[in-house]
Design a protein around this ligand. Sequence first.
Ligand code: NOJ
Length: 535
Amino acid sequence: MAYKNEWWKTGVIYQVYPRSFQDSNGDGIGDLPGIMQRLDYLQWLGVDAIWVSPCFPSPMVDFGYDISDHTDIDPIFGTLADMDALIEAVHARGIKIILDYVPAHTSDQHPWFIESRASRDNPKRDWYVWRDPAPDGGPPNNWLCRFDGETVWEWDEKTGQYYMHYFFKAQPDLNWHNPELRATMLNILRFWFDRGIDGLRVDACYRAIKDPLFRDNPPNHDWHDGMDPSLKMIEKYTKNLPAVHQFNRWVRAVADEYDERMLIGELYLSTEQVVTHYGQNDEFHLPLNSGIFSTPWYAEAMHGLVDHYESSLPEGAWPNWVIGNHDKHRFATHVGKAQARVGMMLLLTLRGTPTLYYGDEIGMADVEIPLDEIQDPWEKSAPNLGLGRDPERTPMQWDSSPNASFCQAEVSPWMRLSDDYKQVNVASSRDKPYSMLSLTQAIIQLRRATAALSIGDYYSLYAPEGIFAYRRLQDDEHIIIALNFTPYPKTWILPVEMRGVSTILLSTLLDRQGEKLGESLDLRGDEGVILGRCS
Ligand code: NOJ
């Protein structure tokens, strides 16, 4: 098949949030041996790659995105030997493994930062972003911290300067303009590629490079009370600076030293901006396309998004799609349980690499976390704005036994489980032919077996209000997807060439397989179908 050496084009990626996947050692926190125990499941589901969110040594202020050692594993999750064993075990099953790479900041407990803050003339001083106070003694400029909307500048009494932290003050920003820091950080990529991993998801990459002039951001006149406090300023000088593309090329050049390695760039930008991060095929293989998160859930809006994204892609660039991750509210909560099936069909039938977030395949929803159990420091620093990420990070629901078998019955899980775990879990869903899990697995299987679905071209089709329909085409293989974004029945007169020759390959309700169609397609409310040509 085409793309032989580009597994990431045909592959389905599955994000494992390691704290919440499977506990193996009785501390109520998921770990690497726990992931090992669940590889049979992932293989059965049919995913091609797992992306394991940060598992490196960390004080866990930001749940692992505050790294204090880039080349080891936090004891909570296991050991380096456990990671080696995991890499070997997934590869033995033909599955790839992607880890996180966090270039924009470290933990304030990282030895580099401890040295950097020790004195102004420490050799590592310039590895971080240090600035003198403004003439009035205050912070050097008006940049705001993402997590509390206060200044990004933290005063260091001992050395009489401010350091920058775009995220928590425990996450000082790195200075990629410093050549030694740059070389050291790039060697960390080599460390993990040498260990055999297949790809890296590059965290907050569009924030790696800071404005060398440290100019003030302009005020956001649309901001009002009740909005995310960090949006008071327009982020003109704190994200996506032109020099970020140079950063992208640095990391890509390292990936290109190896065969078949892949880089995903984490970006939350407009479509026009996202697509610039492919570069001339010398930046990210997959710059994160977060369009589905930011587009209202109705057919016409989604049609517009997909067409716009497809037509914006540079020559040869491969698309990607995502409906959930550890920073976004659960998709089943966002669009409702019935539409979540339609969303799953959309994710897995669009042209491009899909990433599934653990638990979305069984329809896990956000869990309301009582005030005294809140753990995400974002919720703690900007409360009651719906920004907290605990609700989408709850333990995986494996079966109906106590703690859903995420951890032993007598152990307290690090985060409460959803009350619905007795009904919504892997074991019971596997047994039910009409479950969300059965649907997810069936679409993945069909995708794998159908070149048009995995690598075929995309063309949107005219369809009545409420339906988003598109064609996927590869050689003479011809597939149509029709998704009803409403709870009402809809009828669609099929395109001429599909009339009388179409058959339903799969419905989101899993009950019409093999049904032959005449001139039109009747969709039930909240139903999506995949059509093929009768043979
Ligand atoms: C993006 C990560 O996905 C998020 O969880 C984290 O808080 C920030 N980057 C800071 O590293």
